[in-house]
Design a protein around this ligand. Structure first.
Ligand code: GLA
Length: 683
C-alpha cells in the first residue's frame, strides 16, 4: 500500500493505493509537508471485531459491491442483455503534478479514471471518467467518492421553492443513508447541488465544514451514508438512469470540494471566489439593471416602455432588459414560445425605435428568451410536433413543453433563431429562462444545452447571459461557466430576498447574483416595504430595478437614487468583495462585505422581526484585521424611535478590528423591517 497526497492551501487529501481502486483516507485541514503518509494510511485503519467480516471492505473512490462494500456502490453498470457487470479493478497508473492527480484502473474491457485538480481558490475539483470497449448501460456513477468526516454532526443541504429559494435544511449525519435526488431535470429550486457537512455547533464563524458542489445543471443525486461500522461516504453524480442509452464513455460532472475550519464562511468564501472567476462574459463595471417584467408583463407598448426607460435612466439604470412579451403573438403565457421573431403589431419597426431611445439615454439593451421551450400554439410546434421532449400526453407546465435539445435539428434551429437575434440587434445581454420542469431527467438534455450555449457564446462572445428558471431553478457551477448572472428568485419582496441572497452567499458572490428593487407592494407576497430597505437590499448584490418607476413618489425616487449612486460609487470593490455572514439573533439577517485585503467593508443588517428584548445585541463583525483601526460610520439615518442615539448614529467612530469582532457595534433603536448600512475603512 502506498500513499499520495494532494494539497490546496486550504485542505489536504490523502489517498492510499494498493492493487485495486484507490481510497481517500483523509480529507480535511492542511497537513504538514513532512507528514509521513504511510503512517497515516496505517494509522487510519480500523480494528476488526465480532459481527463483521474479517476485513473492512474498502471505501474506495468508487466503492464496490463485489468487494463486499455494504453501502451504496459508486458504480452500477449493465451489459448488453441487462446483466450486472462487477469489474475486478486493477490499479494501473498514477500521474501527479503540484496541482493535479490522476489515478487510472482497469478491469476486463473497462477503464476508470479519477481526476483531482487544485483550484486557485483552495477548492479541489474531482471527476470520474469511465471508458468501455463495448457499449454498456450506466445506472449510476458517482464522482470520486469521499469519506465523510467522522465528526460531522449534521448534513446541511439547500432546499427551496419558487419565490422561496435557498432554504438550508439540517439533518443529523447518522446511521443509514440520506439520499437527495433532483429528478426534475434541472439543478432545481428544491435541490441546488450543494451540501455541507458540519462539525458540532457549526455557525457562520466557527466549526469544521466540508462542502461539496456538483457542477451540473441537470438532475443530480447525493448519497451521504453512514455504514454500520461507522464509516461515512459522500457520493454525488448525475441522477440515476439519466444516461439511458448504451455507450462506451461516461463522465461525471465536476465535484467541487472545499474544507474550512472556521465555520460556514470559511467554505462560502472560496466558493464565492470560484463562482466569480468562472462566470462568463460579465460586463464590468456591473451595470445597474432595469427589467420591465413586473412593470408591464405582456403588455408591451412602445411609448410606455420609452417613458419607463427614461425614468429608469434618471434613477441610475444602465441596462434595459425587455422581458417576456416581445415576440410574435405573445400576449400571455399560452402561446408563441419557439417563434423568436419580433411581434410586428407591438414593434412595427422592430426594436429600432426602442433601441435608439435607449441609446439616447445611455442604456444598453437586453432581451428575454426561453429557447428550450415551445408552446403548442406556435409555428414551430405546428411544423415540428416531433421535436418535443417526452411523451405527448405529459402534463403541461405553464402551457409549455420542452424541446428535445439532443436532436441536431432542434439545436440547429435554436442556434439559428437566437444567433439571428443577436446579430440583428445590439443586444448585450440575454435573460435565458427555463420555466417548466422537463418531463424526463436526461443528461443529454443538459449536455445539449451546454453545447448550444457554448456555440452561441463562441459566435457572440460579448453577450452576457443570465440563467433564470422561474427565478432560481437553475443555479450551479455548470450553468455559471456559461453565464454571467443568475436571477436568484422571482421574489422581489425585500425581506424574503434578503434571506434568499444571504443563504445563496453560501456559494454565490454578489457579482453574479441579480437583485432588483420591486414594486412598492410586492407582486409575490403582497407586502409593502419601505424604499430604503428595498433599495439597500438590492444594493447588496448585482443591483437592478423591476417596478414601474412611474409609481415612485419623489421621496422614494430620492431614496432609490441615493442608494444607486452609493452602489455605483462602490461597485468596483463591492463586486470583488467576500461576503461574510454574521452570526446574529434570529430576527436579524446581517452580512459584512469585505475587500479581500481587509482595507474596507460594508455591513448590511436587516431587522426582519421584532426582538424579544429591547435592544439589539452588539453586532459582532468578522474577517477584519484585528490590529487595524477602522473608521466606521452609518450610511443613512435609520427610521425608529431613538431617544438617545448611540455613538454610531451620531458620526464617525475609530475602532479596532479586534473590538469590532469581539464586542461589536451598538446600533440605534430602529423600527422592524429596516436596514442598517455601516461602512468601514482601515486608517
Ligand atoms: C419567469 C421569470 C420571470 C419572467 C417571466 C416571464 O417566471 O422568472 O422573471 O421573466 O418568466 O414570463
Amino acid at each position: 500500500m502506498t500513499a499520495v497526497r494532494l494539497d490546496s492551501f486550504a485542505q489536504t487529501l490523502v489517498f492510499a493505493r494498493g492493487e485495486g481502486l484507490p481510497e481517500c483516507v483523509y480529507w480535511g485541514a492542511p497537513l504538514p509537508v513532512n507528514e509521513n503518509l504511510t503512517e497515516i494510511v496505517s494509522a487510519s485503519k480500523y480494528d476488526v471485531t465480532g459481527g463483521m467480516l474479517d476485513e473492512l471492505p474498502p471505501l474506495s473512490l468508487s466503492p464496490e459491491a463485489a468487494k463486499s462494500f455494504p453501502g451504496q456502490p459508486g458504480l452500477e453498470i449493465l451489459g448488453p442483455s441487462g446483466e450486472e457487470i462487477r469489474p475486478n479493478w486493477q490499479f494501473e497508473t498514477r500521474q501527479q503534478t503540484d496541482d493535479r492527480l490522476e489515478f487510472v484502473c482497469r478491469a476486463e474491457g473497462l477503464r476508470i479514471r479519477f481526476e483531482f485538480i487544485v483550484l486557485p481558490e483552495g477548492i479541489i475539483s474531482a471527476r470520474t471518467l469511465l471508458a468501455s470497449e463495448k457499449p454498456v448501460r450506466l445506472r449510476w456513477m458517482a464522482a470520486p467518492v469521499l469519506p465523510g468526516s467522522p465528526r460531522a454532526a449534521e448534513i446541511m443541504e439547500i432546499s427551496g421553492r419558487w419565490v422561496g429559494e435557498m432554504r438550508p435544511v439540517r439533518t443529523p449525519f447518522a446511521n443509514g443513508g440520506r439520499l437527495r435526488e433532483a429528478r426534475t431535470g434541472r439543478s432545481g429550486h428544491e435541490h441546488p447541488p450543494h451540501a455541507l457537512f458540519l462539525g458540532p455547533g457549526t455557525t457562520n464563524g466557527q466549526g469544521e465544514v466540508h462542502a461539496c458542489h456538483y457542477a451540473w445543471s441537470g438532475g443530480h443525486r447525493m448519497v451521504a451514508e453512514e455504514l454500520a461500522d461507522g464509516r461515512r461516504q459522500i457520493q454525488f453524480g448525475h441522477v440515476s438512469g439519466s444516461q439511458s442509452a448504451p455507450d462506451t464513455s461516461f463522465e461525471s460532472a465536476t465535484l467541487l470540494l472545499a474544507f474550512g475550519g472556521q465555520g460556514l464562511n470559511s467554505v462560502a468564501v472560496p466558493f464565492q471566489r470560484y463562482f466569480r472567476r468562472i462566470a462568463s462574459a460579465q460586463r464590468l463595471p456591473r451595470p445597474v439593471h432595469y427589467n420591465c417584467w413586473e412593470a408591464v408583463y405582456f403588455d408591451h407598448d412602445l411609448e410606455t416602455l420609452k417613458q419607463i426607460a427614461t425614468r429608469a435612466a434618471e434613477l441610475g439604470a444602465e441596462r434595459f432588459v425587455l422581458d417576456d412579451g416581445w415576440f410574435e403573438r405573445r400576449n400571455d403565457d399560452t402561446s408563441s414560445l419557439g417563434d423568436w421573431r419580433i411581434d410586428k403589431t407591438k414593434y412595427p419597426q422592430g426594436f429600432t425605435p426602442l433601441v435608439e431611445h435607449l441609446q439616447g439615454l445611455g442604456l444598453a439593451f437586453g432581451l428575454w428568451v426561453e429557447p428550450e421551450m415551445v408552446n403548442e400554439d406556435s409555428a414551430l410546434f405546428r411544423a415540428h410536433p416531433e421535436w418535443v421532449l417526452g411523451p405527448p400526453d405529459q402534463i403541461r407546465g405553464r402551457h409549455q413543453l420542452c424541446l428535445d435539445l439532443a436532436r441536431p435539428d432542434v439545436q440547429e434551429e435554436l442556434f439559428r433563431q437566437i444567433s439571428a437575434l443577436l446579430s440583428d440587434w445590439p443586444i448585450e445581454y440575454l435573460k435565458w429562462d427555463h420555466n417548466r420542469l422537463p418531463p424526463v431527467a436526461e443528461a443529454a438534455q443538459t449536455q445539449s444545452l451546454y453545447a448550444l450555449l457554448d456555440r452561441l457564446r463562441a459566435v457572440h462572445p460579448e453577450v452576457e447571459i443570465e440563467s433564470c428558471a422561474s427565478g432560481g431553478g437553475r443555479i450551479d457551477a455548470g450553468i455559471l461557466k456559461r453565464t454571467g448572472r443568475v436571477w436568484l428568485s422571482d421574489s422581489n419582496d425585500a425581506l424574503e430576498r434578503a434571506r434568499i441572497q444571504h443563504e445563496a452567499a453560501l456559494f454565490l458572490p454578489a457579482s453574479v447574483t441579480g437583485s432588483h428593487v420591486g414594486p412598492r407592494q410586492s407582486h409575490t407576497s403582497g407586502r409593502r416595504l419601505d424604499m430604503q430597505l428595498r433599495a439597500f437590499t438590492a444594493a447588496q448584490r448585482h443591483m437592478g430595478f423591476e417596478m414601474d418607476p412611474r409609481e415612485l413618489t419623489p421621496d422614494e425616487a430620492d431614496s432609490l437614487r441615493r442608494a444607486t449612486h452609493w452602489w455605483k460609487t462602490n461597485r468596483e470593490w463591492l463586486m470583488q468583495a467576500d461576503i461574510l455572514r454574521l452570526d446574529t439573533e434570529p430576527e436579524i439577517i446581517a452580512e459584512l462585505q469585505c475587500a479581500p485585503d481587509k482595507s474596507r467593508f460594508v455591513v448590511f443588517s436587516t431587522l426582519t422581526h421584532a426582538l424579544p428584548q429591547i435592544h439589539e445585541r452588539p453586532l459582532q463583525l468578522t474577517g477584519l484585521d484585528p490590529d487595524a483601526l477602522y473608521t466606521v460610520s452609518m450610511l443613512e439615518k435609520l427610521p425608529g424611535i431613538s431617544r438617545a442615539p448611540t455613538a454610531l448614529a451620531k458620526g464617525e467612530l475609530s475602532l479596532s478590528g479586534s473590538w469590532l469582532m469581539h464586542h461589536g457595534l451598538n446600533l440605534p433603536s430602529r423600527f422592524v423591517q429596516t436596514i442598517a448600512v455601516i461602512e468601514g475603512r482601515r486608517q
